[in-house]
Design a protein around this ligand. Structure first.
Ligand code: ADP
Ligand code: AMP
Length: 221
């Protein structure tokens, strides 16, 4: 089963994707994490994508498609992938569909997390991430037990350089212009389930889990 988690930056895609992937034995594949790892390793690709990411713009389709599709087609977990942050444009969604179809696979469900723009700036500017294990916190809504320190491994949490109010504006604009049309694309295929992303993390998780379980049940019936 291949599931796409859709939603604006800060909607809670990563937070939910980690939990949902664990619950269903899927591989969590975050395009943002893949790109940040490339930058961290100082690869040529990392260098090419840096200025797009820092400005809040999307990385060009041909770059991200090449990087992500190889991973989608060879999932590290046999059950499939849970995509977080990809696709983000119609061209990416079409490339994903074509690649999956060639492997006799498909996108089985799109979980669309709905969160109003007014909440996004606070969500993103308050986000803190563990550089070691990737755990995601929020200074107000989901704080670690000890301020600035990861509960899981004790590493000092970091504030992503693109998680500033100014860059968030650009990321939201990119979302509205380039990613929003994907909702219609997937809706026309009957794949979208909407989940209110403003509820508490466990509530959002419970709803998304129910939707994925229902789709899995249909697929097996
Ligand atoms: P995305 O992957 O969509 O960019 P994240 O999962 O990283 O979003 O979440 C963005 C921020 O919002 C993080 O600081 C996270 O801790 C917080 N967050 C996520 N889900 C919720 C929620 N349901 N309620 C409150 N804060 C949340
Ligand atoms: P994220 O971690 O999902 O917030 O993504 C961080 C940044 O990585 C984005 O602002 C983009 O610059 C880049 N990025 C991540 N995923 C994609 C994608 N599917 N297409 C283009 N750019 C992406």
């Amino acid at each position: 089963m291949n599931v796409v988690v859709l939603g604006p930056p800060g909607a809670g895609k990563g937070t939910q994707a980690v939990r949902l992937a664990e619950a269903f034995g899927l591989q969590h594949l975050s395009s943002g994490d893949v790109l940040r790892a490339e930058r961290q390793s100082g690869t040529e690709l990392g260098g090419r994508v840096a200025r797009y990411m820092d400005s809040g713009a999307l990385v060009p389709d041909e770059i991200i498609v090449e990087v992500i599709l190889v991973r989608v087609l060879k999932p590290t977990r046999p059950a499939g992938v849970l995509l977080d942050g990809f696709p983000r444009t119609l061209a990416q969604a079409e490339a994903l569909d074509a690649a999956l179809a060639r492997a006799d696979k498909r996108v089985d469900l799109v979980v669309s997390l709905v969160v109003a723009d007014e909440l996004i700036v606070d969500r993103i500017t308050g986000r803190r991430v563990c550089p070691t294990c990737g755990a995601v916190y929020h200074v107000k809504s989901l704080p670690p037990r000890k301020a600035g320190v990861c509960d899981k491994d004790g590493a000092v949490l970091v504030h992503r350089t693109d998680d500033t109010a100014a860059v968030v504006k650009e990321r939201l604009a990119a979302y509205q212009a380039q990613t929003r049309p994907l909702e219609v694309y997937y809706r026309n295929k009957g794949l979208v389930v909407e989940v209110d992303g403003t509820s508490e993390v466990d509530t959002v998780f419970g709803r998304a889990k129910k939707e994925i379980s229902a789709r899995l049940g249909e697929a097996r019936a």
